[in-house]
Design a protein around this ligand. Structure first.
Ligand SMILES: [Zn+2]
Length: 312
């Protein structure tokens, strides 16, 4: 059976504050037609549309993902995009009356709950997947991402922060809807307390608090408890899923990321779409042959860190 594109069944209203602006932020998610993808709409700017696409990615503040088209800008889009992609929503229209998507609790869980409560509707037109036809990689210093052709979406993510609460964390996870909802969506964003003051001087993180981020002191975490012992690396995967939504359609690839972040995620998206020979579009019943996938197995073995290789 060929899987169809999906949109939401009912309108969803979201209210909260913007992480960076610190002022009230609202978003309304509406159903959208097939092949439209995720489209942000600045209600306060005469309905200017900013599609969630690589061509509208701009160099933002480096802390969140920023999209802009002409004068219209939308910031902190990645957690909502992550929830939409994690649940398999292909088409949605997101109206905002300001530049920022509400941060809610700093994870994608509240978005997932709202989307699930609203329900999804099949649109009767085949969903297209972007399938890699050859490996694509990006590198910046000791940060790197390798994306290998595959018939599903799978991430292996490694981080290494010189902080006692984080240290070295590696997660290997198939990004099915169930695995995403249970293991990725609840992971909250995090920041260092000493960086918060510096960000505020730059006019950023004005809405940041223990209610919407894990805040790290020099030797611990200010929040009462973690949702996962490795919540930090799980949030990195959450951000990656959201940033990959800028490809416009779901990706099939095995991603291996080291110490990456929004900038490198964005660089990967741009590199994939920059060369038409990197990808093909296929429906859910079209697969890369096993012999083709086997050509890349040695690359995967070579780059996956030893700890991750032991994770089933
Ligand atoms: Zn994030």
């Amino acid at each position: 059976m060929v899987l169809s594109q999906r949109t939401i069944a009912r309108i969803i209203d979201i209210e909260g504050i913007g992480l960076h602006t610190g002022v009230a932020a609202r978003a309304r998610i509406l159903p959208e037609d097939t092949d439209r993808g995720i489209v942000f709409v600045r209600h306060d700017l005469d309905g200017a549309e900013v599609p969630a696409a690589a061509e509208h990615l701009v160099e933002g503040n480096g802390l969140s993902t920023t999209l802009a088209r002409g004068e219209a800008m939308v910031v902190t889009v990645e957690h909502l995009l992550s929830a939409l992609r994690g649940l398999g929503v292909d088409n949605a229209r997101i109206e905002v009356d300001g530049p920022e998507i509400p941060i809610l609790d700093g994870s994608a869980r509240p978005f997932v709950e709202l989307l699930r409560a609203a329900g999804l509707r099949s649109q009767g037109k085949a969903r297209r997947y972007l399938t890699l036809t050859r490996p694509v990689s990006v590198k910046q210093g000791d940060k790197a991402i390798l994306a290998l052709p595959a018939n599903d979406l799978h991430a292996t993510y490694a981080i290494d922060f010189p902080h006692p609460a984080i240290g070295s964390q590696v997660l290997a996870i198939p990004l099915t809807e169930d695995a995403y909802v249970a293991g990725i969506a609840p992971a909250r964003t995090f920041c260092l307390l000493r960086d918060v003051e510096a960000m505020r001087r730059r006019g950023l993180a004005l809405g940041g608090s223990l209610d919407n981020a894990l805040v790290l002191t020099e030797d611990g975490v200010l929040n009462e408890s973690l949702r996962f012992s490795d919540e930090f690396v799980r949030h990195k995967v959450l951000d990656l899923v959201g940033d990959l939504a800028l490809l416009g359609v779901p990706l099939r690839a095995h991603l291996i990321a080291f110490k990456a972040g929004h900038r490198l995620h964005a660089a990967l998206v741009k590199r994939i779409v920059a060369d038409r020979r990197n990808w093909s579009l296929c429906t859910s019943d079209e697969w890369l042959p096993a012999a083709r996938l086997a050509e890349f197995a040695h690359l995967r073995e070579r780059v996956i860190p030893a700890q991750a290789a032991s994770i089933p």
